[in-house]
Ligand binder design. Structure first.
Ligand code: SF4
Ligand code: SF4
Length: 300
């Protein structure tokens, strides 16, 4: 058997805890809400939740903790028929978020292929309620692909008042079948990002589109360049690169640990192609310090 690559020191990270960390945690328990930050044991939690100057960021998970899909890199539970949606979730989420004084919130969700609209109305309603209670907070939604649910589901989310529409291609086209659930594909995800942009424009709303690519799953450099070019052609504004980390032994193996220098190279390549903003580094997650990035660099 091939030797497993060792975890380099630049991936080892302490978990700091601050005041806002404790406050947010308490509220989450009370309202039955879940964050990706906690569930995925994200190493950036101290930095994100503790961000100063109104740039603190958290990632809330909507529509439960059980996904209808099973991607090979993801540690979320899978079931063909997850429990029904909590109809109070949009209101509870908006209420909690408006109390925390965050500058930026990322709403993500499991895929709900079992629902007629894939959960689009639930997500859109959460966004408009947040914007109603806390108009200053910037909202990013990291969405499913709503495959087979009709373009209007994507449009519903894209025009709900959000600032950043994110949908992750996760990897290059060739690796997609080995990495993502079989119902996902690269072109389909590109189409989601294009549809979102078009729908927002048609409704006279300004949104940024954003996607993330994990490195270290077996991709080749020319495939990364090609993926970036296609994303740019689809008018995607923001791209992030991070290292794939295997959640458990039952998940797909890490192909390689990418050096910080290579992450820096991809950042430069993507910036040259004209992306508005690029975050790239071993510990970068799709939502890593998003508030800081967007508030200070993009949206001001
Ligand atoms: Fe995880 Fe998303 Fe894949 Fe579901 S669709 S298994 S939540 S990555
Ligand atoms: Fe949460 Fe994302 Fe920050 Fe991790 S990177 S702590 S998941 S907001």
């Amino acid at each position: 058997t091939p030797r497993r690559p060792r975890l380099p020191t630049f991936l080892k990270h302490p978990i700091p805890r601050g005041k806002s960390y404790t406050a947010i945690k308490k509220d989450l328990r009370g309202l039955g809400l879940h964050t990706v930050c906690e569930e995925a044991k994200c190493p950036n939690i101290g930095e994100c939740w503790g961000g100063g100057k109104g740039t603190a960021t958290a990632t809330i998970m909507l529509m439960g903790d059980t996904c209808t899909r099973g991607c090979r890199f993801c540690s979320i539970k899978t079931s063909r028929k997850p429990p029904p949606l909590d109809i109070h979730e949009p209101e509870n989420t908006a209420e909690a978020i408006s109390r925390w004084g965050l500058g930026y919130i990322v709403l993500t969700s499991v895929d709900r292929d079992d629902l007629v609209d894939g959960g689009a109305a639930h997500i859109a309603s959460t966004i408009s309620k947040i914007k109603h209670k806390a108009p200053k907070i910037l909202v990013e939604a990291l969405t499913p692909d709503f495959a087979g649910k009709g373009e209007e589901t994507i449009a519903m989310v894209a025009t709900s008042g959000l600032d950043v529409f994110a949908h992750n291609v996760e990897t290059v086209e060739r690796c997609t079948p080995f990495v993502r659930d079989r119902r996902a594909n690269f072109q389909q995800s590109l189409d989601v990002l294009m549809t979102a942009k078009r729908a927002a424009k048609a409704a006279n709303k300004e949104i940024l589109t954003k996607t993330s690519i994990m490195l270290g799953v077996g991709e080749h450099p020319d495939e990364i360049t090609e993926a970036l070019q296609r994303l740019r052609d689809a008018e995607v504004d923001v791209v992030t690169f991070g290292q794939y980390m295997r959640p458990t032994k039952r998940h797909m193996k890490v192909d390689r640990y990418v050096e910080p220098e290579e992450f820096a190279k991809w950042k430069a390549v993507a910036e040259d192609m004209g992306f508005l903003y690029v975050a790239s580094g071993p510990l970068v997650r799709s939502s890593y310090k998003a508030g800081e990035f967007f508030i200070e660099n993009v949206l001001k």
